[in-house]
Design a protein around this ligand. Structure first.
Ligand SMILES: O=c1ccn([C@@H]2O[C@H](COP(=O)(O)OP(=O)(O)O[C@H]3O[C@H](CO)[C@@H](O)[C@H](O)[C@H]3O)[C@@H](O)[C@H]2O)c(=O)[nH]1
Ligand SMILES: [Mn+2]
Length: 890
């Protein structure tokens, strides 16, 4: 947005700015801040903020904290402008929205009353069951709707942060997790790390940690390569203010507005860096074979050995290609390696262009932040607690090495998309007003996905789910699955209670330290410091023997034995969705949190585009939610510190799969009128239909309102509806079944790593979209499709037998509408299970038409009783319609 303004600036100003860019926020690259006017963010903060209104032109949102902004010049003359802005939905939209919710509530209650007064006597069991279903539909809708009554949006003001905290931003420890260089392509991981190293945050105030749960040398050496390539990449990003700072994504972009200060040098620098990046990628790709060849050479020299060798001619302490004792998956030593040491506090300018350095970095700070590789110890017989376990090890190791008061986490396949992304949460953590400040335990940004799926079949669900529901949580941070991209306050992770850090210090002192946090006195010694957000990171001078010993102790499996880790301290264990429960523990203690957004999106990542992978992912999420309900993290058990609406939000989130059991049976119901034509669900049918249509129409209109402020398109919303139905017909009921089994047998859900092989490992980026992995999880949905196709066939048969203009024929067609509706919702699923054929949807339509024709012909030939038996149609109508009473409640 500011590109043209910036490019006309004088060269001298550009150089100053370049240096500044590394040291303080650069207004031209802070999209969230107002458009730059060439003043490098030095306009009066108040004037600027009054002008821009934060969200820009907006016909949905209005600022709620105008008073704070205008009153920012306090009596003592010191300006304390707010660091973030809060917006609420305009009254002209909000009031009709709320009115509709009320109207629907009344309609639902009236509908129940009507149904009870007109109890159906022919099919009492069916009537009772459908009543139970409808009551649950209504109840879960209320749970879902209540927290959304006052939608709020918060936007960080990065320019204001720069004004107020230019030299004293708090420290941040950035954690990245990965397990397998193949399942989670290593190219994503290196890009993730590079985007972090190049972020626009004071280099001496943050550190980056990679946890490699596979313990592979490939990951370690990839980090060595990253550290080398970063020397070119990071200054390049600073010099030209490029976005995003993940090279793969940057180079994939077609055109870009220039935001740096030396547009004349971009072309040649870009070409040069791009070539280096291509070479870097080749080295990353061949790491595995390089290491193998090297190991073969060494092993040949040391007869009888089958080790994996590091470049310096020593054994790799982690896992080997040929598994050996203490060098195999699930059984190896812990490793901590500092790849880039913590930089000095003073800027170090780079070299001028020369033969060896074609890129001129003479005006650019070339320091790099700290980079550490960690692989925790693995031993058989221990439950390693997946990601949560890895996070807790990182929390301890980082305490010793950098001990930043804030930590932020990324999955290996996510990257920093907006270089201001680490500054943005600070706007909330450091703002003293109401929601912000010391009581804020974590700040979360919506998870965005690269549009990896050309048809957007499955990936959009997340976007709608998170933005469409969470954004609106009354300004509350609701429960979520966003383990990645959330910035936490370290003390909150230690289980310390709010509100005040001063009090927290005495809390820590009063705690039964060793029993709670484990036996490392070095670690415990860091705890007080780690809570102090004014403290800057003081690097350890040398990693001497004693530090190495401490680190080994902290990464050991046995460290947590008999402690509170995984329960009251650190990320919570024994649940498939550790992130939700960990956030819940903080909320329950009375911590606050913020859900915020910025533009461009702070972080991006990948979502599986393969149908089966995606279904397993939501199986884990929904299973985790139910586990939460049946655990000590049940929202009903939380004390009074939990905000009432937040409690409702957590209840909704931990029970949402249950409703789909009813949806599942409703969708299956047409089977009834394939075998018999006996069932009435409710009479008089006309009135019943009227209620249903009203209730269904209203939920869709309410949904339209939410679409308006969630910043999503109508197509997104339709995809969401479709994916919700796909989940409701297979995954969610399965999760309920799992939960029931777990309650009986005590065995939990296996946390299956979400595999994302596609883009990196094959030529066709979308190959995975067209791969069917047959699993039992697909069966229920297929059955429902078959039943509904057959039902359509019977309806066509009826219409043909009676003539479409007769009453029975007409009702048959009407019934069919609902079957077709279900089929439309399941359409992406149908394409998914067709595999390669899914590229040609026409095939699906032909096959369906043939199936329908066949069933219709069979009905006419053998089935048609030629009597006025319409009940089947009626029943099918009612059931299918009721299925969408709640819509995607997520
Ligand atoms: O033993 C393990 C298993 C997983 N991971 C890492 O955990 C992350 C999440 O695992 P993944 O299989 O990719 O799950 P997703 O469904 O893609 O992740 C979402 O859902 C998880 C559970 O709610 C959250 O933890 C994640 O942050 C969120 O992105 C990845 O970085 C993994 O490398 C480990 O470090 N160790
Ligand atoms: Mn993931």
């Amino acid at each position: 947005m500011a590109a043209t303004a910036a490019s006309t600036m004088s060269a001298a100003a550009a150089v100053t700015r370049r240096i500044n860019a590394a040291l303080r926020v650069d207004a031209t690259s802070g999209d969230v801040a107002a458009g730059a006017d060439g003043q490098n963010g030095r306009r009066s903060p108040v004037a600027k903020r009054v002008n821009d209104g934060g969200g820009g032109k907006d016909d949905v949102w209005v600022a709620v904290d105008e008073k704070d902004v205008c009153g920012a010049r306090g009596g003592d003359g010191a300006a304390r402008p707010p660091l973030f802005r809060t917006y609420k939905v305009k009254g002209s939209i909000l009031h009709p929205y709320r009115f509709l919710i009320l109207a629907r509530l009344i309609a639902i209650v009236a509908f129940f009353a009507w149904r009870i007064r007109h109890k159906n006597r022919d099919g009492a069991w069916l009537w009772t069951m459908s009543m139970a279903g409808d009551v649950w539909f209504g109840f879960s809708w209320v749970l879902n709707q209540l927290p959304k009554l006052s939608p709020i949006k918060r936007v960080p003001d990065i320019a204001a942060l720069a004004d107020r905290h230019s030299g004293d931003l708090p420290g941040v420890d950035v954690f990245v997790t990965t397990v397998d260089p193949v399942d989670e392509p290593i190219l994503y991981t290196v890009n993730s790390i590079l985007s972090i190293l190049a972020a626009d945050y004071p280099v001496d105030r943050y550190a980056c940690y990679l946890s490699d749960d596979g313990g592979t040398l490939v990951h370690y050496e990839a980090m060595v390569e990253v550290a080398k390539f970063a020397e070119l990449w990071v200054p390049f990003c600073r010099k030209h203010c490029v976005e995003p700072r993940s090279p793969e994504n940057y180079f994939a972009m077609k055109t870009q507005a220039y935001k740096g200060g030396v547009p004349g040098e971009l072309m040649s620098d870009h070409r040069r860096v791009r070539r280096e990046y291509e070479e870097f990628k080749v080295r990353i790709d061949s790491l595995s074979s390089t290491i193998r060849q090297r190991s073969d050479v060494y092993n040949a020299k040391h007869a009888g050995e089958n080790a994996t060798w590091m470049a310096d001619g020593t054994h790799w302490p982690g896992t080997w290609f040929e598994p050996a004792d203490n060098h195999q998956r699930g059984k190896h030593a812990g490793i901590v390696q500092v790849l880039l040491n913590h930089p000095s506090c003073k800027p170090r300018l780079g070299l001028a262009a020369s033969a060896e350095n074609p890129v001129d970095f003479s005006g650019v700070d070339v320091r790099l932040p700290m980079l550490v590789y960690i692989s925790r110890e693995k031993r058989p017989g221990y439950n390693h607690q997946k990601k949560a376990g890895a996070m807790n090890v990182m929390l301890r190791v980082s305490a010793l090495l950098s001990n930043a008061p804030f930590v932020i986490n990324f999955d290996g396949d996510h990257y920093v998309n907006n270089s201001q992304a680490f500054r943005a949460p600070m706007c909330f953590m450091l703002d003293g007003r109401g929601r912000g400040g010391e009581n804020t335990a974590f700040v979360q940004f919506p998870q965005r996905f690269d549009d990896v799926d050309p048809t957007d079949r499955y990936a959009n669900h997340n976007r709608v789910f998170f933005d469409g529901t969470m954004l609106s949580l009354n300004g509350l941070q609701g429960p979520s699955y966003l383990g990645t991209g959330t910035m936490f306050r370290r003390v909150a992770l230690y289980g310390v209670e709010p509100p005040r850090w001063g009090a927290a210090a005495s809390q820590i002192k009063a705690m039964d330290i060793a029993n709670k946090f484990g036996s490392s006195t070095s670690f415990v010694g860091t705890m007080l410091d780690g809570a102090n957000q004014e403290r800057s990171i003081t690097p350890l001078a040398v990693l001497d023997e004693s530090v190495a010993g401490d680190l080994a102790a902290l990464t050991a499996c046995a460290y947590e034995d008999g402690t509170s880790w995984g329960r009251d301290v650190g990320w919570v264990y024994n649940i498939a969705t550790e992130d939700v429960v960990t956030g819940f523990r903080m909320h329950r203690q009375g911590w606050r949190s913020v859900y915020a957004s910025m533009a461009p999106a702070a972080f991006r990542g990948t979502a599986p585009i393969n149908l089966t992978e995606r279904l397993y992912q939501i199986l884990r999420w929904s299973g985790g939610s139910l586990e939460m309900f049946f655990s000590h993290s049940n929202a009903l058990l939380a004390g009074r510190r939990l905000h009432p609406l937040q409690r409702v939000a957590y209840l909704n989130m931990s029970t949402y799969p249950i409703v789909t059991v009813f949806i599942f049976f409703y969708n299956l119901f047409p089977v009834m009128w394939l075998i018999s034509e006996q069932y009435y669900i409710q009479r008089p049918f006309g009135e019943y239909l009227l209620y249903l249509v009203a209730v269904i129409a209203m939920i869709h209109v309410i949904g339209m309102f939410e679409v308006k402020w969630a910043g999503i398109t109508l197509l997104d919303w339709c995809r969401n509806e479709q994916f919700y139905m796909i989940g409701s017909t297979g995954v969610y009921p399965t999760a309920v079944l799992y939960m029931a089994l777990k309650l009986v047998t005590g065995k939990g859900i296996y946390f299956r790593l979400t595999s994302k092989q596609t883009a990196a490992s094959s030529g066709d980026k979308f190959a995975d979209l067209y791969t069917v992995r047959w699993v039992p999880l697909l069966i229920p949905t297929i059955v429902i499709m078959v039943v509904n196709v057959a039902a359509v066939g019977v309806a066509v048969g009826k219409a043909a037998a009676w003539g479409p203009l007769t009453e029975p024929g007409w009702l048959a067609v009407l019934g069919m509408v609902f079957n077709v509706w279900i089929l439309v919702l399941l359409y992406p699923f149908a394409l998914g299970v067709m595999g390669q054929w899914g590229k040609r949807p026409a095939v699906l339509f032909v096959a369906m038409a043939m199936a329908v024709a066949a069933v219709a012909a069979m009905y006419v030939a053998f089935g048609a009783p030629y009597q006025a038996e319409l009940s089947g149609v009626a029943a099918s109508l009612g059931k299918a319609a009721a299925a969408s009473l709640t819509g995607p409640s997520g």
